[in-house]
Design a protein around this ligand. Structure first.
Ligand code: ZN
Length: 284
């Protein structure tokens, strides 16, 4: 599932290549991927120029000249791909925007959980996709104290807390594991018992991990599902320290433990039992 670094990489591609372009035509192949009716969606975008872009958490949008924007949430398997006109369309192409100049923007989504919506970026509460999305994980306004307040009294594990998009948005299963390994803190540490110093470390490592992942254009795993809008793979997979590395040596200097995989709530999490033990033991 694309997380903040992958969505940001796609947004940057789209911004660089689409700003100033006019949407000449739109074909909604599978109406289920757009919120509202395909007719309303089409009327809102055709003939309009793209003038900018934005993102909060895993939701990105393309600003249109009339103040509205096309929001895209890729969810499990969505892809936004820029292709040359006439290039073969991948299977599961559900929407095609004709951008003129022999280019098209495709929305491709095998599992079809992703959605597109016409939004007013100044009124996120009116948007289905943005309504319950909390502050972006890289927002300069997000501070450790805000997160501590949100976590107060919660017994859910800190990893589950970081995955809850209402509290902090953009982090998914891969980067939550990486952030907590770097802090280091056990994923099951109750969110309400994370200290102020630990929360500051979490935010610090969130910026570090997500920043490095954006610089590497995101993480493309062995399933090769994630591609940037230009079809490129992300390079961060080889820099992952825990995710997907069960049984492999911990990459922390001086640590001789091996990475473990644990399952919680149907999801896998990866951790170093040595580096990330301190947080658990102190609370025992
Ligand atoms: Zn370790």
């Amino acid at each position: 599932m694309p997380e903040l670094p992958e969505v940001e990489t796609i947004r940057r591609d789209l911004h660089a290549h689409l700003c100033g372009s006019t949407i000449h035509g739109l074909s909604v192949v599978h109406p289920g991927v757009v919120l509202g009716t395909p007719e309303t969606f089409t009327d809102a975008v055709v003939g309009r120029r793209i003038v900018g872009s934005g993102r909060r958490g895993k939701v990105m949008w393309l600003d249109l000249e009339d103040g509205h924007a096309i929001a895209i949430h890729l969810r499990m398997s969505g892809q936004a791909l820029l292709v040359d006109e006439g290039a073969p369309r991948p299977p599961h192409t559900h929407l095609i925007a004709d951008l003129g100049g022999r280019r098209a923007l495709l929305y491709v989504d095998p599992r079809r959980f992703g959605r597109l919506e016409i939004i007013d970026p100044c009124a996120p509460q009116a948007s289905v996709l943005l309504r319950n999305i909390g502050p972006d994980a890289l927002s300069a306004d997000l501070c450790a104290e805000t997160l501590r307040t949100a976590a107060a009294g919660r017994r859910i594990g800190i990893k589950q807390f970081l995955l809850d998009q209402r509290f902090i948005s953009g982090i998914g299963n891969i980067y939550a594991a990486e952030i907590l390994h770097r802090v280091p803190l056990g994923p099951a540490t109750p969110a309400g018992r994370v200290t102020r110093a630990e929360m500051e470390r979490i935010l610090e490592q969130t910026h570090a991990v997500l920043g490095e992942a954006i610089a590497a254009c995101g993480t493309t795993l062995a399933d090769a599902r994630y591609r940037s809008a230009l079809g490129r793979s992300g390079e961060f997979a080889c820099m992952l320290r825990v995710y997907g590395r069960e049984g492999e040596p911990c990459r922390t200097e001086g640590c001789t433990a091996r990475i473990q995989r644990r399952t919680s709530g149907g999801r896998s999490t990866y951790l170093c039992p040595a580096c990330q033990r301190a947080g658990r033991r102190r609370r025992a």
